[in-house]
Design a protein around this ligand. Structure first.
Ligand code: BES
Ligand code: MN
Ligand code: MN
Length: 460
């Protein structure tokens, strides 16, 4: 087996070619939420399968009820090598609002930024750039004597819409996807100099509620007063969701939420999270939410509930005296610990139904429900990854939580019995999901080197 040094040198030598390959992937407009881009999603899947085959790995594009899933298999050089499943997503968020981009979202370019050179394009960071760090590490092994681990590749195209097809795919392909450990590159660093392993990831429940009142839109003069207004009903329900201490008032909501273990809490305190800067970056000065808890704790290890959108009545220019027949809202719940997504859905729906006046009905639409994920502290793969990251960045890796969600990660544990080692190189100002998304060239390059070291470390 080639030394890790040779593999790292090969990553260095192929730097420009690697950027070129990522640019090819970034040119594909694989927006998963909009059916108009379905063919582009297919193209991204084909492209990735082509890359895997180009490396001499077996790879297939599997169709699903939604966008296709790419599955690949690569054998390690050694027979007794560990087996990892690498997961990434090739789909991206819509680039809108287009007018706020300084260049075309699907015409990747290199720009000079605060962190030096940056790759600017939709998906540069989330998740095409991150996914390719892993492929580039594999390429370097392949060209230098072979892989240290057996690898199953799993690339999906529906992460940004909640991974609706993936759970069934996992269940139907349990044997093929079995591995010792999942590796996920879809999270961030602590800061530009400090690598991180994400050991806690929040789950996500997405619910839409549409409240119906009168049988049609009414004149608010002729009917206002005696007639129930669905917007008022919905607004009251939304107001009731949080109590005066910022806690979520749905009965049973906190079942399965545990206090942070003391050693983790200590580590997090040592990171010295700057709350004022976190708030100032978005134009604010005061934190909300549960009383008596730090911002970091609230984002990383406490559940939350947000209304993501409200519609109803007349919202056009000028005024219209209408008493609307219906009103709707979209809700997101971020889950932690052992909170049960299905139980949260039921509790939320009951909470809403209990607050409906006579004659008012509600219709619910589920947009997904996934649980939180927690990597056992002090596990062997975690320690090996820590040492590997330390060697690459010359700095101890931070063990962090993450407020965002990767819907399928909970299912890796539940359905495949695998923990997920989440290592990513995104930076807080990468503008993922926003205009001018970018990925630092150092993230891309040292990310690939980091994976090379992690794979070598996992193989021992
Ligand atoms: N990669 C992100 C999640 C993330 C963001 C992890 C920042 C770590 C740091 C992922 O692609 C994402 O955007 N998830 C969505 C899922 C939703 C659209 C179903 C989320 O968290 O909102
Ligand atoms: Mn992502
Ligand atoms: Mn995303």
């Amino acid at each position: 087996m080639a030394t890790t040094e040779a593999v790292l040198n090969s990553i260095d030598a192929n730097r420009d070619a690697a950027v070129g390959r990522l640019f090819d992937l970034l040119r594909i407009k694989s927006v998963s939420t909009d059916p108009a881009f379905a063919a582009e999603c297919r193209r991204a899947a084909d492209w990735l399968a082509g890359e895997l085959r180009g490396l001499g790995f077996a790879a297939e594009v599997r169709t699903t009820p939604g966008h296709p899933i790419v599955v690949g298999h690569a054998k390690a050089k050694r027979k007794d090598a560990p087996h990892v499943l690498f997961y990434g997503h090739y789909d991206v968020q819509p680039p809108d609002p287009l007018e706020l981009w300084t260049s075309e979202p699907f015409a990747p370019r290199l720009a000079e930024g605060e962190q030096g050179k940056e790759i600017v394009a939709r998906g540069a960071s989330d998740d095409k750039g991150q996914l390719m760090t892993f492929l580039e590490a594999c390429r370097a092994f392949k060209e230098n004597g072979g892989l240290p681990c057996n690898i199953t590749f799993l690339f999906e195209g529906e992460e940004e819409t909640g991974s609706p097809s993936l759970p069934e795919f996992l269940a139907a392909n349990k044997d093929e996807l079995a591995a010792d450990l999942a590796l996920v590159c879809d999270t961030g660093m602590w800061n530009a100099a400090t690598p991180a392993i994400t050991v806690m990831l929040r789950g996500l429940v997405l619910e839409e509620a549409i409240v119906h009142g009168p049988s049609r839109d009414l004149h608010s003069g002729l009917f206002g007063g005696p007639v129930v207004n669905p917007i008022h009903v919905l607004a009251k329900i939304i107001a009731d969701l949080h109590d005066a201490d910022g806690r979520i008032a749905i009965p049973g909501f906190y079942d399965g939420v545990a206090e942070l273990p003391e050693d983790v809490a200590d580590q997090w305190r040592a990171l010295d999270f700057d709350e004022a800067a976190f708030l100032a970056a978005v134009g604010l000065t005061e934190a909300t939410g549960e009383a008596g808890r730090s911002v970091m704790e609230k984002v990383w290890s406490r559940p939350s509930c947000d209304v993501n959108g409200v519609v109803g009545g007349y919202t056009g220019t000028g005024s219209k005296t209408v008493l609307p027949a219906k009103a709707g809202a979209k809700f997101s719940f971020r889950l932690v610990g052992k909170q049960d997504p299905e139980a949260i859905v039921e509790a939320f729906r009951a909470f809403v139904r209990e607050r409906l006046p006579r004659d008012v009905t509600v219709e619910f639409i589920s947009h997904g429900a996934s649980g939180a994920m927690q990597l056992p502290f002090g596990s062997e793969p975690l320690n090996r990854a820590r040492r590997a990251l330390h060697a690459e960045w010359d700095k101890e890796a931070a063990l962090i939580g993450c407020g965002g969600s990767i819907p399928i990660v909970g299912a890796f544990k539940r359905d495949l019995g695998m923990d997920a080692l989440m290592v990513g190189f995104a930076l807080a100002d990468d503008c993922i999901h926003s205009p001018n998304e970018k990925y630092a060239l150092t993230s891309f390059h040292k990310g690939a080197r980091s994976w090379a070291r992690i794979l070598a470390a996992l193989a021992g």
